[in-house]
Design a protein around this ligand. Structure first.
Ligand code: CA
Ligand code: CA
Ligand code: CA
Ligand code: CA
Length: 593
């Protein structure tokens, strides 16, 4: 009805409108003043309305976008002004995840406040109002959901179905109006219950009856992204003025579904791979009415079920509870490697929102150490006054012969180096004191060749031994050297790395080795492992003599002729007299071999 009434105007008025529409540059102050004069001359009845036209519509207006954030609600404003006459313009605001509202937030309520001006009107009683029939507004969410809050009667809103009657108010309005659109408001601008109510400075429901035009349709959506307000003016040429948009504010209330955040129990995020663990705690901001399932994702350099095992990858927080846990049990290995990371993410949540604390990182600290060990030792039996004889070289087996203290190394040499005297075994022990450095404190070992100069080398005969010490807590170790028929030695003190290696030279002083006179002084100031331990049990005693008797005079075989204490490839009286008998009752000083 309004539309009919508005355009059933007198011929003189039609002329007035046509002339106005074609007025050049009509959006300027000067033009407005010309227009005022024009109306005064041509349509006396309308002068009153126009004289109320505020020039504020062309005043400087606020520009830019502002925001203010709360945990539960955010308002975003775009106050870039713009006029539209016969068409649409748009304005946008962005709602930013993790900045404006917590990650994973969903919408529980949307309210829309628009400030505009429609006071350039010329027909009192024909829509000189805020909700003039040419005015339309609709909001489009980042998700694409569109809600028309005010229909323009010319259908720019493109909504099918009944077009509500637009308010045709009889009270002329001047200046800016600010209207909030709230689905929970009690009246709509286009319905009869609006009649008699002031259309400004209050709240209204969207006016349409189409189910799509309900601000509650946004509820449950993610608020994050760009929201677009479309401002429409249904008719340009032949219409009644324009919509002068000033600003709009979008207010998003987040769902009161609780947030879930991750943390580590007791703040412990780093632990050793040996027996270490980290417990992930999923904590709700408030108890939930239903069970909350927090599905975890694992990334980082560590691999689930290889480097660690998660007790669960889906933490269930029982309804009413505030937290649940998953324990990451670290897996030990013997590899010297860099520390590994476990990045724990929330991959999805049911019945709660992902909070901002949705990613935490645990560290598996490596406790294995690969290092070079440079030992020097003499064998009493092979010592010739200057260095060690290599008489046995051709008989040295390809594979290392030691199984001491659990050593199971596969050291092997295609052919023993020319200067090799025999195989020896070198072991690292980690303990608080030498006396406590028993066999159970062994952290690593390697077999290598004892060379004629007393150095212990890898199977190539030139490189230092490489030992991987496993599950260590510190960085200093006792060094133990075994020989198959001489008494083993251990360094008197724990050795620290120097020059990229752990070094010990037992030959220089009795005090280099732990214990009381653990070595034989083979020449002045030169010390050697004591020979005579045919059965390799750490004691030189009658059992070794028995071994010698059994082997004396028999054909030499490396693996069985262990009574050849002087390593000359023959078991004879020299071995008995100069070693077994001389050293009888001596025992290795290495603790708890
Ligand atoms: Ca390791
Ligand atoms: Ca380890
Ligand atoms: Ca023995
Ligand atoms: Ca011999």
């Amino acid at each position: 009805m309004l539309r009919n009434r508005a355009y059933q105007s007198s011929s003189s008025l039609k002329l007035t409108i046509a002339q106005f529409i074609s007025w050049p540059g009509r959006q300027t102050t000067k033009t407005l003043l010309h227009m005022k004069s024009f109306f005064q001359r041509h349509e006396k009845r309308k002068v009153h309305a126009f004289s109320h036209c505020s020039l504020s519509l062309i005043a400087a207006l606020l520009l830019g976008v502002t925001s203010s954030g709360l945990a539960q609600e955010i308002s975003k404003t775009n106050s870039t002004p713009g006029n539209v006459n016969g068409g649409t313009i748009t304005r946008t605001v962005d709602v930013v995840s993790g900045v404006d509202l917590p990650l994973g937030t969903t919408i529980s309520d949307i309210n829309l406040t628009i400030t505009w001006n429609r006071s350039i009107q010329f027909l009192t009683g024909f829509g000189n109002t805020t909700f003039h029939e040419e005015t339309g507004f609709w909001l489009t969410s980042p998700n694409g959901t569109r809600v028309v809050v005010v229909y323009d009667v010319f259908g720019l809103h493109s909504r099918s179905g009944v077009i509500p009657a637009t308010y045709g108010g009889v009270t002329p309005l001047a200046g800016d109006v600010t209207v909030e659109f709230d689905q929970q408001a009690t009246s709509s601008p286009g319905t009869s219950d609006f009649a008699g109510k002031n259309p400004i400075s209050t709240s209204f429901k969207p006016e349409g009856t189409n189910a799509l035009d309900n601000l509650d349709n946004y509820n449950g959506e993610s608020p994050f992204g760009t929201w677009t307000l479309t401002i429409a003016d249904g008719l340009g040429s032949g219409g009644f003025g324009e919509v002068e948009f000033k600003s709009f504010t979008l207010t998003v209330n987040k769902s009161n579904t609780p947030d879930v955040n991750l943390s580590f129990q007791n703040g412990t995020s780093s632990a050793s791979e040996t027996g270490g663990s980290a417990t992930v705690v999923a904590t709700l901001s408030a108890a939930a009415a239903s069970d909350v399932t927090v599905n975890l994702g694992f990334s980082g350099t560590a691999t689930n079920n290889t480097d660690f095992t998660a007790s669960t990858s889906a933490i269930i927080i029982t309804a009413g509870d505030l937290s649940g846990t998953s324990t990451l049990n670290f897996s030990d290995d013997g590899l010297d490697e860099t520390d590994e990371s476990i990045i724990v993410d929330i991959s999805s949540v049911s019945n709660a929102n992902e909070g901002s604390g949705n990613q935490i990182t645990a560290t598996i600290t490596d406790d294995d150490l690969t290092t070079s060990v440079a030992s020097r030792v003499y064998l009493e039996g092979a010592f010739n006054g200057t260095d060690l004889n290599t008489t046995l070289n051709a008989n040295i087996p390809v594979n290392q012969p030691y199984t001491n203290n659990g050593h199971a190394g596969g050291e092997s040499a295609g052919s023993p180096p020319a200067a090799a005297v025999d195989w020896v075994l070198v072991e690292l022990r980690e303990a608080g004191s030498a006396a406590a450095a028993t066999g159970s404190t062994r952290v690593g070992s390697a077999a290598g060749f004892l060379m004629s100069d007393g150095s212990v080398k890898a199977t190539d005969g030139t490189s230092d031994l490489t030992i991987t010490a496993q599950n260590v807590t510190g960085s200093s170790f006792f060094i133990v050297v075994y020989h198959r028929n001489h008494l083993s030695l251990m360094s008197a003190s724990a050795i620290t790395e120097s020059g990229g290696k752990y070094s010990i030279d037992f030959t220089t002083a009795q005090s280099q080795a732990f214990g009381t006179n653990p070595m034989i002084e083979v020449t002045s100031g030169v010390f050697a492992m004591a020979g005579g331990d045919a059965d390799g049990d750490g004691d030189i005693d009658a059992a070794d003599l028995l071994n010698w008797r059994n082997q004396n005079g028999t054909t030499f075989v490396y693996n069985t002729s262990k009574a050849d204490f002087n390593l000359d490839g023959v078991v004879n009286a020299v071995d008995r007299n100069d070693f077994q008998q001389k050293n009888n009752t001596k025992t290795s000083q290495v603790p708890g071999i």
